[in-house]
Design a binder for this molecule. Structure first.
Ligand code: ZN
Length: 490
């Protein structure tokens, strides 16, 4: 907390809020310009870590999907899994692996989901889980595709994610200490007629490499880059624009780096020096939670579905999904949508159950559903979600009563005499079948009777006799559950 406040006041002083207030089209990255203090020390030779470079390093993540207060503007967990996989592919050459420390969380808060300034995000960061890298999916990341506040939290804008995005790799680069390849040029305009020797306190990197250790990002294997806007690369991966360095040497910018501002299809890598810095950051700055030993569970099978399969006809108010338990998985995630691309989700849930009772659906409509298995110890979830099933809802409701549709259930008289009529009054929102049963407290049944109830007020009776004094249970069973009431006999 103290740390968060410190960074917060630092950002206030450094004027970073100005950029965040620009809500116009997304900026690519809202991470604080310049180099991190950690990287300055590292490049000054003050930070070392015993790193053979070949050992895998495992970084725990806490991923939170932020939604509006009413749960709207959420994000598909399947997409998060795919994007975590992409993050790990982007980091494959680095030997750094990211895994979920706990299942993905959802937090409903409209202000956080659509935050326009970093101050609001700091309230959100109060939900951080310590000793993990905290990643928040928001609808608006203060006007950016993403930003990272090193050691505090990372925000990814949902609209900038997806299968072609390297936003996460870029922001994770910042979290692991990397600056932009064009550091110094953030917010500065390049003018070919007057290229300065320094920009915003950073030496401008020369094509000759003579100052590559001290200029710009301080990495000699990332060549000069002065482009601080989103740019597209040519077939050779370089910028169409010809630039000149302060000595008049012409060059085109290499767009292959995740830490540049080239478009996603140009980005493919981190340099060897960038990787060495990130690994050292993992082993020092994050040494208390980055581990070298981690067992990745290999997920062999996709989840096998029981019902409904393709072409099923389901009652709209009584739709159940069911699948087979698979020991590879600790959790399952299902989605029900109106379209086969799952852009219009009507219900979705992360669950440890092997079934789901759906909330009432619309009549006579097509629905699509899919299920994926998930295991916390699988750092990269393979594509398990390609298969989906289509079902249709019937044009009428089932003749069963959802227990949630029963209201004002009254049992009388209570206490009850040893024999007589037990009366139950209830309100039903729909006609259908229910059962009343009287039980001993240990659960054994004394009597049971089925009833057809109608829409509205109902009064039902059961005859009972020879009940000894004590406590009993009355159960009302409907299609989707039951209600219990205690009855006292005197
Ligand atoms: Zn950035």
């Amino acid at each position: 907390m103290k740390n968060i406040l410190f960074v917060f006041s630092f950002m206030l002083l450094s004027g970073i809020f100005l950029k965040a207030q620009n809500t116009a089209p997304n900026e690519f990255c809202g991470t604080k310009p310049g180099k991190s203090e950690w990287l300055k020390k590292y490049q000054a030779g003050k930070l070392h870590a015993a790193d053979r470079g070949s050992e895998k390093l495992y970084v725990p993540l806490t991923v939170t999907i932020v939604t509006n207060d009413d749960g709207s503007k959420s994000y598909s967990l399947n997409n998060v899994f795919d994007e975590l996989c992409q993050l790990n592919r982007d980091y494959d050459a680095s030997g750094i692996y990211f895994y979920l420390n706990t299942p993905v969380r959802w937090i409903a808060n409209t202000a956080w989901n659509n935050h326009k300034d970093y101050g609001t995000a700091f309230d959100m960061f109060q939900n951080n889980v310590e000793k993990t890298v905290n990643v928040y999916y928001c609808s608006d990341a203060a006007g950016n595709c993403g930003y990272d506040i090193m050691g505090v939290g990372m925000v990814l804008s949902k609209g900038c994610m997806g299968p072609l995005s390297h936003t996460w790799a870029h922001e994770m680069g910042h979290e692991l200490s990397l600056p932009h390849t064009f550091v110094g040029w953030e917010g500065a305009k390049y003018d070919a007629t007057a290229v300065p020797d320094t920009i915003n306190g950073y030496q401008v990197e020369l094509v000759s490499r003579s100052n590559c250790n001290t200029a710009s990002d301080g990495f000699c294997d990332t060549p000069p880059d002065y482009l601080n806007y989103r740019w597209d690369c040519q077939a050779d991966g370089k910028s169409a624009t010809q630039l000149k360095d302060p000595q008049g040497q012409g060059f085109r910018v290499d767009g292959s780096f995740f830490m540049s501002y080239s478009k996603f299809d140009c980005m493919t890598r981190f340099s060897a020096e960038q990787i060495a810095a990130m690994r050292t950051n993992c082993l020092t700055d994050k040494g208390s939670f980055v581990t070298k030993n981690f067992n990745i569970t290999t997920l062999k099978d996709s989840v096998r579905v029981l019902i409904p399969l393709n072409g099923s006809l389901l009652k709209p108010d009584n739709a159940v999904l069911s699948w087979i338990k698979n020991d590879d998985y600790t959790h399952y995630y299902y989605e029900v949508a109106r379209d086969k691309n799952f852009n219009y989700l009507v219900q979705s849930k992360l669950t440890t159950d092997t079934f789901a009772l759906l909330n009432p659906l619309l009549v006579s409509k097509d629905y699509f559903w899919r299920i994926s298995g998930f295991n916390l110890s699988s750092a990269c979830q393979p594509q398990k979600t390609a298969r989906f099933f289509k079902f249709t809802t019937d044009n009428s409701f089932s003749n069963v009563v959802d227990v949630n549709f029963l209201a004002a259930v009254k049992v009388f008289p209570n206490p009850l005499g040893s024999e007589g009529l037990l009366r139950v009054a209830l309100q039903a929102q729909r006609s259908g079948k229910i059962a009343l049963s009287l039980h001993h407290m240990n659960g054994s049944v004394i009597s049971r009777k089925d009833f057809q109830i109608s829409d509205g007020e109902n009064e039902l009776t059961i005859q009972h006799e020879n009940l000894s004094a004590g406590m009993y249970l009355l159960r009302i069973d409907a299609a989707t559950g039951s209600i219990q009431r205690k009855i006292v006999v005197f």
